[in-house]
Design a protein around this ligand. Structure first.
Ligand code: COA
Length: 391
């Protein structure tokens, strides 16, 4: 029997803070309204140079440092995100390159705010089936770039950030014990982000404002109703799958969407609110990144102890939801400062390696007579001028 253990964790949060008071200067809202309806006080916004890829890389590098694992030992990288910069290359492939994870397969996963739970479940099952031995799963989002900052019903909710976990196979029982993944696409229109370039016909009509967008579209009340109707059941279902009972669970780390949703779930399960770890007050809803970011803070605050049993539960667009039960049985190794510095130096070397490979590819193409990207553009412009042909 193989087991998938969590051996590393890391998060990255941009420095720029946007408070409810700042938002009250931008739209017709108040700190009191946002706090009482959502539990959020402030959120982080990615700076100009921060992207889903840079944030994911930083979170993964930190997680690998905790695990004391060389990136070249990684077999798989899964990135859960709804805000990937490209349809392809995947964010995961760019992170693989930046880490120098030269033996890893890499792909993105789209399950909105449930994405991290989906990614964790897939990676753990791949390890348990002995198909792979190590994986890093990442949730990363720049939601600030896809919200309509004039829509007070959505812009108050979301924030940016990334979180990552490293998984490793072992014969020792424990780690990820069970998972449950669900979807109900009939509710897809309740929470959506249209992809303009793929389809000119929006799924629903309201994600554009004055020709700008697409932006996140949400029916807040319906999403609230959906979340409060599925989350408690998902927790009970996954605990049962793991052969455990609610009383065996030490801490639940839910997707950080709204404190009222979590209060509702706690009441339904007859659990005290302290059983749920919440940090949405500081970061808002960071979608696929929220669970690993929360887990990292729970570790920092000393909320997790060896042999604790945890539940991660996610829910969101799709509609999707899912939960995972984990035995927390890790004692991170002590990694020397010198080793950490060497690790950083290796990432710089990996950046240079990547650049050198790109240059070499271009050079080989030039030697072989292929036109350069610049020459291709020039040629397209010439054809445009000559025949009105589209680039
Ligand atoms: N500030 C002040 N008033 C606001 C507001 C804001 N930021 N946003 C909406 N309102 C107003 C509405 O315009 C409405 O006014 P009206 O009664 O004059 O029409 C009133 O508040 C109530 O709106 P409603 O949408 O019914 O509020 P709500 O109590 O449902 O709270 C949400 C709105 C978004 C906070 C809540 O529905 C929610 O959290 N839903 C779940 C969203 C979520 O978690 N999404 C992600 C899931 S992964």
């Amino acid at each position: 029997m193989r087991y998938a253990h969590i051996v590393g964790w890391g998060s990255y949060l941009p420095e720029q803070v946007l408070t409810n008071h700042d938002l009250a200067q931008m739209v017709d809202t108040t700190d009191e309204w946002i706090l009482s309806r959502t539990g959020i006080r402030e959120r982080r916004l990615a700076g100009e140079k921060e992207t889903v890829t840079t944030m994911a890389f930083n979170a993964a590098a930190r997680a690998l440092a905790v695990a004391d694992m060389h990136p070249a030992r990684l077999d798989m990288i899964i990135v859960a995100t709804s805000t990937s910069e490209h349809a392809f290359p995947s964010t995961a492939s760019l992170v693989q390159d930046a880490l120098g994870a030269t033996r890893a397969g890499a792909f993105d996963l789209s399950a909105a705010c449930s994405g991290f739970v989906y990614a964790l479940s897939l990676a753990a099952n791949a390890i348990k089936s002995d198909a792979i031995d190590t994986a890093v799963v990442i949730g990363t989002e720049t939601l600030s770039r896809v919200v309509d900052w004039q829509d007070r019903a959505t812009c108050i909710l979301f924030g940016d950030g990334a979180g990552a976990l490293v998984l490793k196979g072992s014969d020792v029982p424990g780690g990820v014990l069970a998972s449950t993944l669900r979807s109900d696409g009939s509710g897809g229109d309740l929470l959506s982000l249209h992809n303009t370039q793929i389809s000119s016909v929006p799924f629903i009509g309201t994600s554009y404002v004055n020709g700008h967008g697409p932006y996140i579209h949400m029916n807040g009340r319906q999403v609230f109703r959906f979340a409060t109707s599925v989350v408690a059941d998902a927790i009970e279902e996954v605990i049962k799958k793991a052969g455990l009972q609610l009383k065996d669970i030490s801490l639940i780390v839910p997707h950080q969407a709204n404190v009222r949703i979590i209060d509702h779930v706690a009441k339904k399960l007859k659990l005290p609110p302290e059983k749920f770890y919440l940090n949405l007050e500081r970061y808002g809803n960071t979608s696929a990144a929220s669970i690993p970011i929360a887990l990292c803070e729970a570790v920092q605050e000393g909320r997790l102890h060896p042999d604790d049993t945890l539940v991660f539960v996610g829910f969101g667009g799709g509609l999707t939801w899912g939960a995972v039960v984990v035995k927390w049985d890790v004692t991170p190794p002590d990694v020397s400062a010198v080793k950490q510095r060497l690790r950083q130096a290796r990432y710089v070397a990996m950046r240079l390696r990547s650049r050198a490979r790109r240059l070499l590819r271009r050079f080989m193409a030039w030697v072989g007579g292929s036109p350069t990207p610049k020459a291709r553009l020039k040629d397209a412009d010439r054809r445009l001028e000559e025949g009105g042909e589209k680039r």
